[in-house]
Design a protein around this ligand. Structure first.
Ligand SMILES: NC(=O)C1=CN([C@@H]2O[C@H](COP(=O)(O)OP(=O)(O)OC[C@H]3O[C@@H](n4cnc5c(N)ncnc54)[C@H](O)[C@@H]3O)[C@@H](O)[C@H]2O)[C@@H](O)CC1
Ligand SMILES: Nc1ncnc2c1ncn2[C@@H]1O[C@H](COP(=O)(O)OP(=O)(O)O)[C@@H](O)[C@H]1O
Ligand SMILES: [K+]
Length: 542
């Protein structure tokens, strides 16, 4: 699978290539600019023939250096190229200065961005991975001025190519750090952010060597729109194996696109799903889902049915005696046991064959759930804690952390995360969702799956993975009641046979969850997710 690099890791890869003599900085910059042009023409073949007009906005660092290479290469193809620089190009240093010197055309200031005919292409080479301060308003104003050249004119709008990243995107966090104000900035902060993000969005982003974390987190996918990675001849890092937890300090991208040809029934995630030829139901694990009371059992039933569909050999729902009748009317293959209180759960867990537990969906917030969680954790089975099992500890999260063990997976959404880890939810400028989930996992002593379009899975040992429902894997239909309950059933069903590390089970579940939603498509409700899993498995060749 693909690795998502931090900015520091990318810099280290570049420095290593230069140190070992594999390439000079100037060679890397030339390959970056050349690769960006080639990728852009592959993406938009209608631009291959003809002499188009491009506006290239060049910044004060190496991203600007890449921009001068792009400008030269486009001019060599016969394009009309306008170069506009932020700051004084005479103050460029190092390789960027050398690339500036190789550009023989004129260089104007950003204040001229609004003048001139409509370009077919706007190249954003203002800032890349080196931006550590808020983006200057003059960058936003210039981007808007070039886009506005097309306003009211017939023909296609101007396409935007971002070099390495749309300027302003923090490549570690995926957030955009906007300046507090500007002469022509809207007064209201939210309107300012909304309008700036619209102006900064690219149609195509070309990055180098490997994708960065910010391309996949938070605002990243929306800003980049389409992402292409160009090889610039740096040493590839060894691809992390999807069936082993990733190494500490490395972040892998979970998903079909990232493991392309490997994605088959024989490999990931097939190995986690295919029963052995001689397996009987007890070898495939027994999941117990602890349900809420009368009229509150739907969430547990969704989790239970999903655990069965994903491959657990047996699944039981334990519910308060008063809810037995209602559950019995709704269940067939899923078994049912009365569960009056924590003592009853303890008795049920004396059966060592119960190997996976789900607590939280529809459980109710309060002392009863806290006691149940305590008993469940003492039994040290593969355990998924979701929803009310998390919220029940909002007043005293340390009480929960003290009881957790390495076989647990917590599946908070952002709201639940903030209840358990309020300090980590208030992230500073440089702290990403990955950093926050890693810190949470370390504090909790359990795997934390932080849900969202960009789902982060982090382990206490410092291992992290990201699954993103974007870039051709979007699944907006998953924003539906009960989708989270289904995810907890998926994880428990994968954990129950005891063969997968919690981190690996959680990653595979995150992928299958989105895959199922995409396979079903519009109109999806949570009940559809377990029912479409067999089709997903057939597609995998299982
Ligand atoms: N790291 C690598 O391996 C490679 C990097 N390359 C390019 O180099 C880029 C990184 O270059 P840099 O580290 O020079 O950084 P950038 O060019 O992204 O931007 C940093 C520059 O902007 C200035 N700056 C930062 N915030 C500012 C603000 N608010 N207002 C005005 N100026 C500000 C900094 O002083 C610095 O000069 C990458 O994004 C990529 O485009 C490529 O040439 C290929 C190889
Ligand atoms: N727009 C979206 N794209 C992809 N996944 C989404 C989207 N909206 C929600 N999800 C996923 O759906 C699930 C919702 O879980 P949760 O918020 O716990 O809902 P519920 O409590 O109703 O089950 C999470 O796994 C989340 O990642
Ligand atoms: K850029």
């Amino acid at each position: 699978m693909t690795e998502l690099l931090s900015v520091a890791q990318m810099r280290a890869a570049e420095a290593e290539a230069m140190r070992s003599g594999a390439a000079t900085g100037l060679q890397l910059m030339e390959r970056a600019g050349r690769g960006a042009v080639a990728a852009m023409l592959e993406e938009w073949p209608d631009l291959v023939a003809g002499r188009w007009r491009a506006v290239v906005l060049c910044g004060p660092g190496n991203n600007g250096g890449d921009g001068y290479v792009v400008a030269r290469r486009l001019a060599d193809r016969g394009w009309a190229v306008e170069v506009l620089a932020l700051g004084d190009p005479a103050r460029l240093g190092g390789d960027a200065a050398k690339m500036r010197a190789l550009w023989t055309g004129p260089v104007a200031g950003l204040d001229e961005a609004g003048a001139g005919p409509r370009p077919g292409l706007l190249v954003d080479a203002l800032f890349g991975t080196g931006l550590t301060r808020p983006l200057p308003w003059e960058a936003i104003t210039a981007m808007r001025a070039v886009r506005d050249r097309a306003a009211g004119q017939p023909g296609e709008r101007c396409r935007v190519l971002a070099i390495d990243c749309p300027s302003g995107l923090n490549c570690d966090t995926g957030r955009v750090d906007l300046p507090p104000s500007g002469d022509d900035a809207p007064e209201d902060a939210e309107a300012r952010s909304h309008s700036a993000i619209g102006i900064l969005s690219a149609d195509l982003t070309v990055t180098f060597h490997a994708p960065k974390r910010g391309h996949y987190l938070e605002a990243g996918p929306g800003l980049c729109q389409r992402l292409r990675v160009v090889d610039i001849g740096l040493e590839p890092s060894e691809a992390p194996s999807p069936v082993e937890p990733p190494a500490s300090g490395r972040v892998r991208l979970v998903g079909a696109r990232s493991c392309a040809a490997d994605l088959s029934g024989d490999l990931w995630p097939g190995q986690l799903l295919r029963p052995g030829a001689g397996d009987h139901k007890y070898r495939r694990g027994h999941v117990l889902v602890v349900s809420g009371g009368v009229g509150r059992g739907g969430a547990a039933r969704l989790a239970a049915r999903t655990a069965l569909r994903i491959g657990a050999g047996l699944v039981t729902i334990g519910c308060p005696p008063a809810a037995l009748q209602e559950n019995a009317a709704r269940l067939d293959a899923v078994m049912l046991r009365p569960l009056r209180d924590a003592a009853a759960l303890e008795a049920l867990l004396s059966d060592p064959r119960i190997s996976g537990l789900v607590l939280g969906p529809g459980a109710g917030v309060g002392a009863r759930t806290r006691e149940m969680v305590g008993v469940a954790l003492a039994a040290r089975r593969g355990t998924v804690l979701d929803a009310d099992a998390l919220t029940s500890f909002a007043e005293a999260p340390e009480e929960l952390f003290a009881q957790l063990h390495p076989g647990c997976v917590l599946t908070p959404h952002d709201g639940e995360f903030a209840r358990l880890f309020p300090d980590l939810a208030r992230r500073d400028r440089q702290t990403s969702r990955v950093d926050a989930a890693l810190a949470a996992a370390a504090r909790a002593g359990a795997v934390v799956l932080l849900k969202g379009v960009d789902t982060v899975i982090a382990s206490p040992e410092g291992r992290a993975a990201v699954h993103v429902a974007a870039y051709g894997r979007s699944a907006p239909w998953l924003g539906t009641a009960g989708a989270g309950d289904v995810l907890s059933g998926m994880i428990a069903g994968l954990l129950a046979p005891g063969a997968s590390a919690p981190q690996v089970a959680a990653e595979a579940a995150a992928w299958l969850h989105v895959e199922a939603a995409r396979r079903f498509g519009p109109g999806l409700i949570a009940e559809d997710l377990p029912e479409i899993l067999p089709a997903v498995f057939r597609d995998l060749g299982l």
